[in-house]
Design a protein around this ligand. Structure first.
Ligand SMILES: [Zn+2]
Length: 485
């Protein structure tokens, strides 16, 4: 370069030559998607595009016809294929089923899930999982953790039964609730999760701590509170639309008073039993007595306050829809470690055979499906999450069912994709660089063999997954799926 300057001796000429020379290496990508159909929540479908990835970022997105020939270490011929942003499962429990923990990452990745939000697990168990993911991002999803459920007393997930493992910590006083929240913040969790047995005072104390630390506060609306009160207090998101039916019932004030009395009288009971009895006493009644005016008021508060909803249809409708016995669902158990596969196969079939569908669970599912439509109309934000691996929800596979159920609830396929890509990124303030296929964004991507906008079930037709800039082709994904031992 120095030689050029000396020979030419003209400042303009020199600069031109120098800049041409400097640009050469930058057009060499690590991965080139050639002539692929790009889909993201911002621009919808863009056909015949070229997308370039370098390191772990998308560096170019352009019409294939407009692109000059570009060198790349790997080229994916995209004709007839669809590129979508990597998916999130925004409600999982990494440490829940013994023996499944070490399979969670491979199952997520193999199903195109490149980010997850863990919504409850003991700190000493979930923090090492997050650490593992951070050390090896190309072979793990991005992991956000809440730590344990910050509950009141009695505590629901206190480890008293196999169905209620020790996921929660209970606070009997406001000071204890503050201490529990402070411990989570100290451990650098990514969000807090408040739970159903909290008093309004303890709940608000947790919110104040979380807000001061800049963390989103998710959870179940405490049974002692009304949804509007919890939303106005600053709750960021409500899981499973839990206890929303109570708030939209015509007699919501009476229901609230009854719940408060049941909580007061039930102090000596087992937490999970008390919670179940309260739901049992009020849910069917509330679903049968929904009040449209009151619902409009509740949803307006959720929309105005930015209180998001994660319907988790997968878990909430598994009892009524019974997809766990479907052939493809049973087939998905073959991806699990053999011992878990055998248990799930046996127990899921026994459950379906021995437990008749409760008509009230059908009514509740219908209420949920309808409510998503009302929430969309009211401008309430929605994210896609499953609650896997609870109740035979195969990690990874279940998220695709969730997307289909969101569409069944009235979302367009693109809105369902948005709920699993840009929306969770926005929830964590990552939406400037995650969740879209745009220049500068993280290279977390999924290549599909068919168009998900024509049929949302096409999201399962995965040709390749790109995580943190690393391409996992179909062969590599099959290796992940079959690594069961
Ligand atoms: Zn959960």
């Amino acid at each position: 370069m120095l030689l050029v300057i000396m020979l030419v001796g003209n400042a303009c000429e020199t600069t031109k030559i120098a800049s041409t020379k400097q640009q050469e290496p930058s057009v060499i990508a690590d991965i080139k998607f050639q002539n692929i159909n790009v889909i993201d929540a911002k621009d919808g479908l863009q056909e015949n595009m070229t997308v370039l990835v370098k390191d772990n970022r998308i560096i170019k997105v352009a019409k294939a016809a407009d692109m000059a020939p570009t060198g790349a270490k790997q080229t994916v011929v995209g004709t007839g294929k669809y590129l979508i942003p990597g998916l999130w499962d925004a409600h999982v429990h990494l440490v829940f089923t013994e023996g499944l923990e070490s399979s969670m990452f491979r199952l997520f990745l193999a199903h195109g899930i490149t980010s997850i939000r863990d919504t409850g697990g003991q700190l000493k168990l979930v923090l090492p999982e997050r650490e593992k993911a951070r050390k090896d991002p190309q072979n793990s999803p991005r992991v956000m953790v809440a730590g344990p459920l910050l509950d009141g007393k009695p505590t629901v997930y206190d480890g008293s039964t196999p169905n209620n493992p020790h996921l929660g910590i209970g606070a009997g006083t406001v000071a204890e609730a503050e201490k529990n929240a402070a411990e989570m913040i100290e451990a650098k969790v990514d969000l807090l999760k408040a739970y159903e047995m909290l008093t309004p005072e303890a709940f608000k104390a947790i919110l104040a701590k979380g807000k001061a630390a800049g963390l989103p506060i998710s959870g179940h609306v405490p049974l002692s509170m009304d949804v509007i009160e919890a939303s106005d207090a600053g709750m960021s998101s409500m899981e499973h639309m839990r206890n929303l039916e109570f708030a939209c019932s015509s007699d919501w004030e009476d229901l609230l008073k009854t719940r408060q009395k049941m909580l007061f009288d039930g102090q000596e009971e087992i937490g999970s039993t008390l919670r179940r009895n309260i739901h049992k006493a009020q849910r069917a009644h509330a679903v049968a007595n929904q009040d449209a005016t009151r619902r409009t008021e509740v949803l307006k508060h959720l929309a105005d306050n930015g209180t998001w909803q994660i319907p988790t249809f997968s878990i909430m409708t598994a009892f009524s829809e019974r997809f766990i016995t479907r052939t493809d669902w049973q087939q998905s158990f073959t991806y699990l470690p053999s011992k878990i596969r055998d248990t799930w196969t046996k127990n899921s079939i026994a459950f379906a055979r021995n437990t008749p569908v409760d008509p009230s669970s059908k009514d509740y599912a219908k209420w949920m499906f309808d409510m998503v439509g009302h929430m969309q109309a009211a401008g309430v934000e929605i994210m896609a999450g499953t609650d896997c691996p609870i109740f035979f929800l195969t990690p990874g596979y279940s998220l695709h069912e969730e997307l289909a159920l969101l569409v069944k609830a009235g979302m367009t396929p693109l809105q369902a994709i948005e709920a699993a890509t840009t929306k969770p990124a926005q929830y964590f303030d990552l939406d400037k660089e995650l969740g879209l296929i745009q220049e500068g964004f993280f290279a977390d991507l999924v290549v599909l063999d068919a168009n998900p906008l024509e049929d949302i079930r096409n999201t399962i037709k995965i040709n390749a997954v790109i995580r943190d800039g690393k391409l996992h082709n179909r062969e590599a994904l099959d290796v992940l799926l079959t690594a069961t031992e």
